[in-house]
Design a protein around this ligand. Structure first.
Ligand code: GAF
Length: 396
């Protein structure tokens, strides 16, 4: 695990203002991630291609006397205190419940429960589609493990973090965010096969910039719609099973099977469209990998376009603002490829841009977006960086 002892003076002062002077704390910086392609495929055992980016949740912590835990979040401007002597308060909600859940889960089944003082600082926008919640959990979990001298394998750790999102944040997410935050490598995207957990590193073209554009829109329905999409995918697998196919997930479905689904899925066609998105999106991940290897701008532009259209029309997780941002980007100078990224219903788009056109691209896209929607979007130029547990070579 990457441990930082070169804590900035600002963090050190902030830490001491909250917790008082004492031992030098340890610090872990958990990056956010942007998914290049492979959307809503991770929980269907499919392929994804995320990049860990240079925006972080920093967690600084040290051991304290006794068994109580104090966590201060600068993003929320609040302190949470709890002790292992009592169970988690069932009425606890929001970031406090999630933070407590992460720590309790990491320490479950160990006899290690040291008291801790923890400071959480963000330069990753909260709820902005760059996986701030998975980074929060990964940072807290890593410092908890370090201070309690617990060794975790990246895969075991990723599964534990995913489980805490399900139980304590109420989001039935896949495994993509956790693995990319832990295992990414500088200058590369991470190709994850979410069925086998095989990981390959795919270099990003050096003369392309990676730009994240935030629509500024956050929809409350994102959580409920996400759960609904998951349920629909499970239902499709069940329908195939009833029709005699031995599928365990949508990863098993081929384009030829879609005709059969049309017959059994009823007249609405909704399930057929959901399935078509997942099947075609897996292919697009593979095609993106080969387009990246040859720096094929035209091809990647088409693939991102098709992905966005599929998410808009078949999976129905975009919104007018995401569609407008992508359309604006496609008309802007220097654009190589643009699509929505993450769960959808607001949040961000991901864009490849010719490096020397970056500023012009951002200005023109955001100005066009403003004309189309009356909203001010924002931009982040990001680069692919190491995850918390960077590794050499292939995995699994
Ligand atoms: C969210 C989830 F957390 C991921 O697991 C993934 O499903 C993504 O939405 C959609 O691709 O970020």
């Amino acid at each position: 695990m990457k441990r930082h002892i070169d804590i900035s003076a600002v963090t050190r002062n902030r830490f001491e203002e909250i917790f008082g002077k004492g031992k030098i704390p340890v610090r872990v910086s958990a990056p956010g991630r942007v998914n290049l392609i492979g959307e809503h495929t991770d929980y269907n055992d499919g392929l994804v291609l995320p990049v860990a980016v240079n925006r972080y949740v920093h967690v600084t912590g040290r051991i304290r006397q006794g068994s109580s835990i104090e966590i201060h979040s600068t993003a929320f401007g609040e302190l949470h205190r709890f002790s292992f002597e009592s169970e988690i308060n069932p009425s606890l909600s929001g970031w406090k419940r999630f933070a407590e859940g992460v720590i309790r889960t990491i320490l479950k089944n160990t006899n290690k429960q040291v008291g801790m003082e923890l400071l959480v600082e963000n330069d990753l926008p909260v709820g902005g589609g760059l996986s701030s919640s998975a980074a929060f959990a990964a940072g807290l979990g890593s410092v908890t493990a370090m201070l309690n001298r617990i060794e975790l394998s990246p895969f075991e750790f990723a599964r534990t973090l995913q489980n805490t999102e399900h139980v304590y944040a109420g989001v039935e997410c896949g495994i993509m965010d956790q693995l990319s935050i832990l295992l990414s490598r500088m200058g590369n995207a991470l190709l994850i096969d979410c069925r086998t957990l095989q990981i390959d590193y795919i270099p990003l073209p050096a003369d392309w910039s990676l730009i994240v554009l935030d629509t500024g829109v956050r929809h409350d329905l994102a959580f409920s719609e996400y759960s609904e999409r998951r349920l629909q995918c499970t239902k499709i697998v069940e329908l195939f099973r009833q029709a005699g196919k031995g599928f365990t997930s949508l990863r098993d479905v081929t384009a030829c099977d879609l005709d059969q689904l049309e017959k059994v899925a009823g007249s609405s066609g909704v399930l057929l469209r959901r399935c078509r998105h997942v099947v075609s999106e897996n292919h697009r991940v593979t095609k993106t990998v080969s387009a990246l290897k040859t720096s094929d701008r035209k091809r990647i532009g088409h693939i991102f376009h098709d992905s966005h259209q599929s998410l808009k029309n078949d999976f129905e997780v975009t919104c007018p603002e995401l569609d407008s941002m992508v359309e604006a980007a496609c008309h802007a100078p220097g654009c190589i490829a643009a699509r929505m990224t993450g769960g959808g219903f607001g949040g961000c788009t991901v864009n490849f841009v010719t490096a020397d056109m970056t500023e012009k691209f951002i200005n023109e896209t955001l100005s066009d977006y403003r004309k189309r929607t009356g909203r001010n979007g924002t931009s982040l130029q990001v680069s692919g960086i190491d995850g918390i547990m960077p590794c050499e070579g292939k995995h699994q």
